[in-house]
Design a protein around this ligand. Structure first.
Ligand SMILES: Nc1ncnc2c1ncn2[C@@H]1O[C@H](COP(=O)(O)OP(=O)(O)OP(=O)(O)O)[C@@H](O)[C@H]1O
Ligand SMILES: [Mg+2]
Length: 322
């Protein structure tokens, strides 16, 4: 057993009748890690998250939360888990303050603890000022923030969120993302499903993509995105832009660098480099720019984005991307 894992799912299967929604799925989230769970509609994301949150019973497989088996020791395993699974429908007449009192009782906190934690979490999601207003008057984004506050109330080490920004306007999305990013300081682990790819590249260190209930790929977001930029020949196209004009001598020197397969001048201050080398080699390209004092403006890997990764991995599927 790995003590460093916040979530350790092994061989998770969930069937509904003869239909297999989640199929022998493995998922590991380290302590302090933010993991994005991606996949097309019906891939099994919500089913996975509900199983990990203890809201549904898996057909088979093992789920460990901080090393504790959630099926053998349900209460203890889930005591440190906060989740928002479906867009919650609160009693519209309740205020956030009342909701926190209610949640505090469910989590077994005493009155003083609840009051302290309620203030902390409502401030954290920027809803403290609204604590005595009825939730029925709130926008969807505000309700989503209250839901997040409720999930954070017991100070969980593990947070599980199913599409927390779905249906929110751009401002609402950004606010939720900022709140989630601020949670990172506290060494919490997060498992979040989303269709907003930007959310994964902006917030998550790791990603797991699933389809038809199975893992398609998992790993470090930055390296998966880097791999997605690779052509079939195993090289990437790097575009270099400089402030000053590139001289023929510079282009020759650049072409002679380790890992450079080809250079193509795109304009007087832009060159495309077909490259297949190490990170060390890539850093040397920048050294050449400095040597010629050309002032580097930009260095981009063509096609290195999470959209491309997602589209490659869900090829042939009717993808649902925003
Ligand atoms: N209670 C249920 N009874 C029967 N089938 C179900 C049930 N819950 C989910 N399913 C099916 O399991 C599959 C996976 O559903 P799930 O909700 O986990 O997908 P998802 O990845 O969350 O999709 P979305 O992106 O649309 O939220 C779907 O085909 C769905 O129809
Ligand atoms: Mg879902």
């Amino acid at each position: 057993m790995d003590g460093q894992l916040a979530i350790d799912v092994a061989g998770l299967t969930k069937t509904y009748g003869t239909f297999t929604a989640v199929d022998n799925l493995d998922l590991k989230v380290k302590k302090g890690e933010f993991m994005g769970l991606l996949g097309p509609n019906g891939a099994g994301k919500s089913t996975t998250l509900k199983s990990v949150s203890g809201l549904i019973r898996p057909t088979s497989g093992q789920i460990l939360i901080n090393g504790i088996d959630s099926q053998k020791n349900h209460r203890k395993a889930l005591a440190r888990v906060g989740c928002v699974i479906e867009t919650p429908e609160f009693y519209r007449g309740y205020t956030p303050a009342e909701l926190m009192e209610y949640a505090g009782r469910i989590y077994g906190l005493n009155k003083t603890e609840t009051a302290i934690r309620a203030r902390d979490v409502l401030e954290e999601v920027k809803m403290w000022e609204w604590r005595n207003k009825p939730i029925g008057e709130f926008s969807k984004g505000m309700r989503q923030r209250v839901a997040l506050a409720q999930a954070l109330l017991p100070n969980p080490e593990v947070i599980i969120l199913d599409e927390p920004t779905s249906g929110l306007d751009p401002r609402g999305m950004i606010e939720i993302r900022q709140t989630l990013n601020s949670l990172k300081k506290r060494d919490r682990s997060l498992l979040i499903s989303t269709h907003i790819l930007k959310e994964v590249s902006e917030m998550c260190g790791t990603v797991t993509m699933i389809n038809h209930g199975k893992v398609v790929t998992t790993g470090d977001v930055a390296s998966l995105i880097h791999q997605s930029a690779m052509t079939d020949a195993g090289s990437v196209e790097i575009e270099l832009r400089t402030l000053k004009d590139m001289t023929p001598a510079f282009i020759t020197d650049l072409g002679g660098c380790a890992g450079v397969k080809n250079t193509e001048k795109m304009g007087s201050r832009e060159v495309k480099v077909v490259f297949s080398g190490t990170d060390e080699d890539q850093a040397s390209l920048v050294d050449v720019v400095y040597r010629y004092d050309l002032r580097l403006l930009g260095m981009t890997e063509k096609g290195a984005d999470i959209e491309k990764l997602y589209m490659n991995l869900t090829k042939g599927e009717k993808a649902s991307v925003q």
